[in-house]
Ligand binder design. Structure first.
Ligand code: GLY
Ligand code: MN
Ligand code: MN
Length: 441
């Protein structure tokens, strides 16, 4: 889809900000994504590279953006697929260079085949080449080759870039802080994804298969022109103890819990929600005991997402509460502080408590600056997702806890007024879940 005037404006202002960051001595090269083969001559549904999408809004495969601050002939140069009447009949419309300038705001646009020849002109005289090496083997070679070519003729006056700078410290710092319009999209993605989780709670029952529940969720995304932001995890019983379980092909059993981690992507921004609930609609005493610990960790960790607070705090707080809970349940013995120092809780809690969220489910942005967790800033979005996973047969653990895997994951915006939970549309209180599953709400 072509961008709206408002989107065009936002993309242009992002490019302006990026060019300000890289300065007059810099040049940035940002490749888009290519199609990926699924089977022989058919492809996975195309998804644009997030960095490229963020700066250009250009939706087609095989394109490259070059930002050259202050360049007389134009600072925003796009290389795109050529128009091709035959291919467009088979595969769909192409903007071509003219469309890239007309509809996407490029100052200059060329066919991708010209990229290599035009690159030396775009790079020469610039000191810093902002390009993430190691992501695209082919373009790495083209870029390093071009730099070498300029260097070879440098005695005639053209200066080659002296360093390659990854996009972490420029573009990714921009993407980490979400604008009002990005937050609006993310909020909507979270609302619809929360509805999908509610539908899943209604659908689940003994004998229903995990894939049927996944279908319920994904159909709801489809109704809102969304797709999965990542592979849905729908794990009944001990499948919940496999952190990235995506087989989703087992029947649900009476007495088991069901863990669902699924989020829909809307206009390039994804939600990331996990809920865990009983297949038969009623928590057992053992399930409830573990659930309440995870829920407490989730709620207390969310409170830590405050402007200026350390972004390492949610994990510290969640780890402490989970470890205290494990001691209360007698699954660990000792003082929580000592157990954490020795990493004993990792047997039951082996992942982090959250990650940045945005265009990518594990979004860009550094977690540490100079070795220390960075402070939260308004506009950052983080997941809060504590969990406990008790593998079946764990020695020293009473059998009633075996196979219990629980995670509760919310998406939270850091604001000047405190944490804003985007995923409150799906219940996480035990009584509210049970009421929803009874059909009482
Ligand atoms: N759904 C992946 C994650 O929660 O990080
Ligand atoms: Mn998740
Ligand atoms: Mn997550």
């Amino acid at each position: 889809m072509k961008p709206t005037p408002r989107q065009l404006k936002e993309h242009a202002s992002r490019r302006a900000q990026m060019m300000q960051r890289i300065g007059k001595r810099g040049v940035a090269v940002i490749p888009g994504a290519s199609e990926v083969i699924r089977a022989r001559d058919t492809h996975y549904k195309f998804r644009q590279d997030s960095d490229f999408q963020y700066l250009t809004g250009f939706p087609e495969p095989d394109a490259i953006a070059v930002l050259v601050p202050g360049r007389k002939q134009g600072a925003f140069v796009l290389f795109v697929r050529p128009r091709d009447a035959e291919r467009e009949i088979w595969d769909g419309r192409r903007a071509g260079p003219d469309g890239a300038m007309r509809d996407y705001g490029a100052d200059q646009a060329f066919e991708l085949a010209e990229f290599e020849d035009r690159l030396p002109e775009l790079l020469s005289g610039r000191d810093h080449l902002h390009y993430t090496l190691g992501e695209h083997a082919h373009w790495d070679e083209v870029l390093t080759g071009s730099v070498r070519q300029i260097r070879e003729v440098s005695r005639r006056g053209a200066a080659a870039p002296v360093d390659f700078i990854a996009l972490e410290t420029t573009l990714h710092e921009m993407r980490l802080i979400k604008s009002a319009s990005e937050l609006k999209i993310l909020q909507r993605a979270c609302e619809i994804s929360a509805e999908a989780h509610c539908l899943a709670m209604r659908k689940a029952a003994p004998g229903v298969n995990e894939w049927q529940v996944a279908a319920e969720i994904e159909a709801h995304f489809g109704r809102h022109n969304m797709q999965c932001g990542y592979g849905s995890i729908v794990g009944g019983g001990e499948n919940a103890c496999i952190l990235h379980y995506i087989e989703n092909d087992a029947p649900l059993k009476d007495g088991d819990l069901l863990l669902i981690d699924a989020g829909g992507e809307l206009d390039g921004y994804t939600a990331d929600i996990t809920r865990t609930f009983p297949v038969n609609g009623k928590f057992s005493a053992a399930q409830q005991a573990v659930y309440e610990i995870v829920l407490e960790a989730n709620k207390r960790a969310i409170k830590e997402l405050k402007v200026g607070a350390s972004s390492g705090r949610p994990h510290e707080v969640a780890t402490r509460i989970l470890t205290e809970g494990l001691v209360d349940l007698k699954l660990l013995k000792g003082k929580p502080k000592d157990l954490i120092a020795q990493g004993k809780q990792r047997q039951f809690y082996m992942h982090g408590t959250g990650h940045w969220l945005g265009m990518d489910v594990h979004d860009v942005g550094r977690y540490k600056i100079e070795g220390k967790p960075r402070p939260f800033e308004a506009g950052m979005v983080m997941t809060v997702e504590p969990g406990l996973y008790i593998a079946p047969g764990t020695p020293g653990v009473p059998e009633k806890y075996w196979g219990i895997g629980i995670r509760i994951e919310d998406d939270v915006v850091v604001t000047a007024n405190g944490p804003q939970v985007l995923t409150a549309g799906v219940p996480k209180e035990r009584r509210e879940i049970e009421a929803l599953m009874r059909g009482a709400v």
